[in-house]
Design a binder for this molecule. Structure first.
Ligand code: FAD
Length: 606
């Protein structure tokens, strides 16, 4: 039996969620600089295909010319791009998760096609890869790999989106055990208008019990009683297909049960972990294109006798986009590298173990989803502003980024739900002892009450940023300590506090990723190349850390102000100020340096 391959860097196995209490080193992490020759080759293949075949077909895609979309999917499959996650024995390439994310990132140059492609290769195919019987895999995976079949995933209903376990669709097994009959509807199903195979979730009676639980089924287009409703008219990703499904006494063979009766929630949620980090990769690809378009425009558009890229307020926007992308790459590939490393050596058919290991990184996956989707929104907004009037009209690319980016905060679990997952998972892990967070919080509380502590003596270009990171970790543990003391087991119901805590946790992970990446690049270049090549990554990490620390401090204030009052509030605010104390960076100069680099190179190229 094949086993999953290990990434080539000597990564240390880092437990999921441990970044708050364990300081990783640059060598522990996987970053884009670690891509192998094979990774770079598949990146180039996907990028060439996206830029030369997909983007030029934008008008047809946006007009919902599904024949053109299908043709593009077939062409992508001829290049192997749709089969990266499919086992070799079923016609796939069976590559690591980093490769799969690299394809997702580089193909993401046209929002609608990106969503169609992602729904097909990820949520439309992976349930079968993980839970299918050998017969089901043999029947469908080779067709999904070649693009002969397009996949879709149908969980949401009109009355249950976030609350997916509350589905109303029902499946009943016939008395002779040969057929399931499904009744109900599904809503917002990506690829519904073009898909051939649907993974549909319905409540089903668990044998030997009176419980009806979520269960997954494979339904082929054309099954009796199965129909697809009209296309939704959407704000963005207009060329993708989004329709309801109608199941009216829909009959399917019992052999089309996917996994076990009553275990559909596992399928639904485990697939979403993958969907979340892949979404992070896709928004990176889209954000890079948007930034590159903005750089090109800012260089040629003149106002007051100058190119607009010479104005500080345009430079600021270009620099913020690049900073977000740099940190996003670090965050996303660090997470996927950890998952690949955790999966190394696991037999490809050991689904339970694969899932257990991926689930270990659920916090990181949710952080990537929330953080990256909001980063792309920021980039799209800046890019519209740089194009200004031309940013608001359809002939130019900015307005489509603005419309297409918005969906990323809604699907794969809304950002509200994912924020609750981040802080909820952390608290659960702390209370269960899975992560030694409680002892860390107690040690920090004892330390801060005992008075000021001397900072560590650090050296190097990012010494101040490592100090900021240490402070951000302390502030997060402090705020978590204050919140748990105040609300105890009722903390989960304090959603605003939980979300502020999630933001702090996400910032710590992202800030650490950006700093470690820059430190690694700087270290490598210091030994092998010119110091100036290291300067921009260092500047980007500095910029990110400065903004991130502001976010962390603001969130900590919000939590402490909600959780304390009177003298306690004053004492805790004094502690907070002490923990957050630092000399501010000159972010104006830093942004100018980044912008000058972008204008000189003409694109984001770190
Ligand atoms: C273009 C598009 C494509 C999609 N593709 C698919 C697909 O292929 N397959 C599929 O199954 N689904 C798909 N969806 C559905 C999508 O996953 C859901 O829209 C999403 O999960 C949110 O569900 P909802 O729209 O019912 O919102 P609701 O769950 O009703 O949420 C409404 C608001 O309340 C918030 N909220 C809900 N519960 C909580 C809570 N506990 N705490 C705090 N806030 C909460 C939400 O964050 C949101 O802001 C798609 C949707 C769109 C728009």
């Amino acid at each position: 039996m094949a086993t999953l391959t290990a990434p080539l860097t000597p990564l240390k196995r880092i437990p999921g969620g441990s970044f708050l209490i364990i300081d990783a080193t640059p060598e522990d992490c996987f970053f884009p600089e670690d891509f192998t020759g094979e990774h770079r080759q598949i990146a180039q293949t996907a990028l060439d295909f996206a830029m030369n075949e997909v983007l030029p077909a934008s008008d047809a895609i946006e007009a919902k010319d599904f024949a053109a979309t299908r043709r593009l999917l077939r062409e992508a499959s001829e290049l192997g791009l749709t089969s990266v996650d499919i086992p070799e024995q079923y016609g796939g390439l069976e590559m690591d998760k980093v490769s799969s994310a690299i394809v997702a990132e580089n193909i993401a140059k046209q929002g609608s096609f990106c969503v169609i492609f992602s729904a097909h290769v990820c949520i439309g195919t992976l349930p079968l890869v993980w839970y299918g019987t050998p017969e089901q895999k043999q029947k469908y995976l080779p067709k999904l790999a070649t693009g002969e079949f397009i996949g879709a995933y149908a969980l949401s209903e009109s009355t249950s989106g976030s609350d997916a376990l509350n589905a109303r669709t029902r499946a009943v097994l016939s008395a002779d055990g040969t057929t399931y009959t499904l009744n109900g509807e599904k809503m917002w199903i990506t690829n519904a208008g073009i898909a051939d195979l649907f993974t549909v979730f319905a409540k089903c009676l668990v044998p030997g019990t009176s419980d009806e639980k979520l269960t997954a089924f494979l339904i082929e287009r054309g099954a009796p009683g199965f129909s697809v409703g009209p296309e939704e008219h959407k704000l963005g990703i207009r060329g993708s297909s989004t329709c309801p499904l109608i199941l009216a006494d829909c009959k399917i063979p019992a052999a089309n049960l996917l996994g076990e009766v009553g275990k559909g929630h596992r399928i639904a949620f485990n697939i979403l972990n993958i969907g979340r980090y892949k979404l992070g990769a896709t928004v990176l690809g889209a954000a890079k294109l948007a930034l590159n378009q903005a750089i090109g425009y800012a260089k040629q558009r003149k106002a007051f006798g100058k190119a607009i890229c010479e104005f500080g307020l345009i430079q600021e926007k270009l620099a913020d986009c690049a900073t977000g992308i740099f940190a996003g790459e670090a965050l996303c590939y660090r997470t996927i590298g950890m998952i690949d490393h955790a999966l190394a050596g696991v037999a490809t058919d050991n689904t339970a173990e694969i899932q257990r290991r991926i689930e270990d990184y659920a916090v990181e996956c949710s952080i990537v989803k929330v953080w990256a989707s909001e980063m792309y929104d920021m980039v799209a907004d800046h890019v519209v502003q740089i194009f200004a009037g031309y940013g608001y009209v359809e002939e130019y690319p900015a307005e489509r980024h603005y419309r297409d980016s918005r969906i990323n905060r809604i699907f794969e679990g809304t950002n509200e739900i994912n924020r609750m997952i981040v802080s909820g998972w952390m608290i659960k892990s702390a209370l269960s002892g899975k992560l030694p967070l409680m002892p860390a919080i107690k040690a920090l509380m004892d330390q801060v009450m005992a008075g000021p502590v001397a900072k560590e003596d650090r050296e190097g270009p990012l010494a101040a940023e490592f100090d900021l990171l240490a402070s951000a970790k302390k502030l997060t543990l402090f705020a978590a300590g204050v919140a748990t003391q105040k609300y105890m087991t009722g903390l989960a119901d304090q959603q605003e506090v939980m979300a502020a805590l999630a933001d702090m946790i996400a910032e710590v992970f992202t800030m650490e990723s950006a700093i470690l990446r820059a430190e690694r690049i700087a270290g490598k270049i210091a030994t092998n190349g010119s110091a100036s090549a290291a300067a921009i990554p260092v500047v980007l990490a500095r910029l990110y850390a400065a903004g991130s620390m502001d976010t962390v401090e603001l969130a900590a204030r919000k939590i402490v102000s909600a959780a304390a009052e009177g003298d306690t509030l004053r004492t805790q605010m004094a502690v907070l100020r002490r923990l957050a104390k630092h000399d501010p960076a000159d972010t104006i100069s830093l942004r100018r340096a980044v912008s000058a680099h972008l204008v000189k190179t003409g694109k984001y190229a770190i």
